[in-house]
Each structure stands twice: as C-alpha cells, then as structure tokens.
Design a protein around this ligand. Structure first.
Ligand code: ARG
Ligand code: ZN
Ligand code: CA
Length: 222
C-alpha cells in the first residue's frame, strides 16, 4: 500500500452576511467525515486554515465557469497542489450539491483548483438526504482523480478503474440493487462514494479506486 498522505485543508466559508455561516464544529465535523470515509485509502485530512468571507455574489453566483468562481478562487485559494481548498456557498434552487477540479488540471490553472460545495451539506444539517457530509467525500474523490462510477456507460474504459462494474446511469435515492448494464458482469456500485446515491447509501471506495487515487495524486499533487 502507498504511504499515508496527510492533506491540509484550507476551508473558505462564504456567506452573504446572513446565510451560509458555519460554526467551527460544523467545519471540523466535515473534516471528521472525510477522515472516516477515507480511512481505508491512506489519505488523511487536517484543517490547516479556516476563514469566513462575506461576499454576496460569490455566495450565490459561483456555478462552475462563472466570473464569480474565478474571482473567488483567485482571491482566496492558498497552499500548493496538495492543499485541499474547500469553498462552501449556496447554489440556490438549482439543487447542485458541488463540483471539483481534477488533479491533472492543477498545473495549467493552479488558482482554480479546489472543491465547491453547498454549505447545507455539512453533517447533521437539515438538508436530508444530503446531510451526512458525503458531498464533500464525493467531490474530494474527483479532486483526488476519480471519475463517477457511471462514467462511460456500458462499454469502453468507464471510470478507468477495473473493479467498478460498467454502469450506465447515476443512482438516485438508495435502491436495494440496480443493474443498468445487464449484459456486462457485475451490478451497479450504488454504495460507492462516486455514485449519486443518498448520503446514507454511500460508504465505499474499491481497491481499484484506492490505487488510482494514490497513483494520480503522486503524479500530479506530489
Ligand atoms: N452531483 C454532485 C457531483 O456530481 C455531487 C453528488 C453528491 N452526492 C451525495 N450523496 N452527496 O459532483
Ligand atoms: Zn461528481
Ligand atoms: Ca451489469
């Protein structure tokens, strides 16, 4: 197994002055979920910095690719390629939970690197069924180089991991089982962190995902 890698987390809580505030214990609880979910992978996380920033257009307007996103990250991102920058915002009525950048994009756009999540997704919030902190776990999976388990559908190289069966649809809720590629061996990875299931339903990384993360991170994040 790869040597354990400790990842500093720089946490940026964006508010509009009223909504979006997180307490120190809500931030720490989020880090605790990461450490629990990634315990089998050799990655651990610790809070290296935490700030609360009031900016109405960043709070409500940071969909991926927007000017607000670029301004926010250019102003706030800190650390190096191995620093996980987390931004909590509001995505309003779109229902978007979060988005992330991949490790291989860091060298071309270092300031853009990081994870943006809806502030309501912290563990213990009222945002059921997305209130156990798994949005952060999922987005950090992308940040460490993983694709969705349903990437690529029923044919081809899928998510570039050999032990996640081919899957063609994103799972919603928590079905008892699902097989979206009946002609390909294996059932859907509905309990995998890189599917779209409810927070309570997702609790697994595979061995293949674990080795992909180790490999990609040492190649791109040092
Ligand atoms: N839809 C988001 C994405 O594609 C996150 C999904 C998170 N799922 C969850 N159960 N919290 O990155
Ligand atoms: Zn995703
Ligand atoms: Ca199948």
């Amino acid at each position: 197994a790869a040597a354990a890698k400790q990842i500093p987390v720089s946490w940026h809580t964006i508010t509009d002055g009223t909504s979006g505030k997180l307490t120190a214990s809500q931030v720490q609880a989020s880090i605790d979920v990461l450490n629990k979910d990634y315990a089998s992978t050799g990655f651990s996380f610790y809070l290296s910095a935490s700030e609360t920033v009031t900016n109405k257009s960043w709070f409500t307007g940071v969909d991926q690719g927007t000017t607000a996103e670029a301004q926010m990250k250019n102003s706030l991102r800190d650390g190096n390629a191995l620093t996980l920058n987390v931004y909590t915002v509001s995505f309003g009525s779109s229902g978007l939970l979060g988005y992330a950048t991949f490790p291989w994009s860091y060298s071309g756009a270092p300031k853009n690197d990081g994870v943006v999540i809806a502030y309501q997704t912290y563990p213990g919030s009222s945002y059921a069924p997305f209130n156990q902190g798994r949005t952060l776990t999922h987005e950090v999976g992308h940040w460490l180089g993983l694709y969705h388990v349903f990437q690529g559908g029923c044919t081809g190289s899928g998510d570039s991991v050999s032990d996640t069966p081919a899957q063609s649809t994103a799972t919603s809720g928590c079905p008892s089982s699902q097989d979206s590629c009946p002609n390909v061996a294996g059932v859907d990875s509905i309990h995998n962190f890189l599917d779209y299931s409810d927070d309570a339903c997702m609790y697994q990384f595979t061995a293949g995902q674990t080795s992909r993360m180790a490999q990609i991170v040492s190649a791109y994040r040092g």
